[in-house]
Design a protein around this ligand. Sequence first.
Ligand SMILES: Nc1nc2c(ncn2[C@@H]2O[C@H](COP(=O)(O)OP(=O)(O)OP(=O)(O)O)[C@@H](O)[C@H]2O)c(=O)[nH]1
Ligand SMILES: [Zn+2]
Length: 207
Amino acid sequence: MIEKVKPEAVQERTDANGHLKIDFEAAEHAMRQFLHAMGEDVDREGIIDTPRRVTKAMIELMSGRLEDVGEILSRRFKQETDSPVMLRDIELFSLCEHHLLPFIGKVHIAYLPGDGHVVGLSKLARLVDAYAKRPQIQEQLTNQIADALMEHLEPKGVLVWIESEHMCMKMRGIKKCNPVMQTIAARGLYEYDREARKELLGMLRGT
Ligand SMILES: Nc1nc2c(ncn2[C@@H]2O[C@H](COP(=O)(O)OP(=O)(O)OP(=O)(O)O)[C@@H](O)[C@H]2O)c(=O)[nH]1
Ligand SMILES: [Zn+2]
């Protein structure tokens, strides 16, 4: 049975300004309890500091939740161009929200600037991290990147293509090593113009 999150619990996750609260001590304690419940001797030398290390690591791997996407995309500059801007092979490290195991791959982004506004290329990679570094599923990640670009950059069109391998399928469960999950989000021009989308995908694929 799925337990509904109580409204008061949601309140407690944010401070008065709506910022995410992270309780390091509670997380560390819970990790210690978890390892104990899994039958580990949590006082043995090798593992005694593990709850602290895991908590630190998870804070980093979930740090995208603290990023302000609007702020990342706020520094735009004017550059008249009729061609799409493309950035291929942005490294992706994310955590599947079902098992908290990594999914790893590449993100390819293309957008056709609207009124000549572009962002620095590094901002596209920062945008990927802002949405990837949190518990995720790939479809949602793809859509979030595309929607953020549409909202903050107002381009004529956006195409986001992600290919990745999910450790929860490789290391456990069905244990299939080869499948690569591919997701595409097309917005604006690339959503309704099939030819434009096909051409852009071809360019991103290098075909
Ligand atoms: N669509 C989608 N599925 C995902 C993603 N990441 C993980 N999954 C899948 O989420 C599903 C969760 O299924 P459940 O049946 O609830 O979990 P499970 O019992 O651990 O499933 P198995 O992996 O089949 O053993 C699995 O099929 C995963 O492969 C993702 O990004 N997108
Ligand atoms: Zn998973």
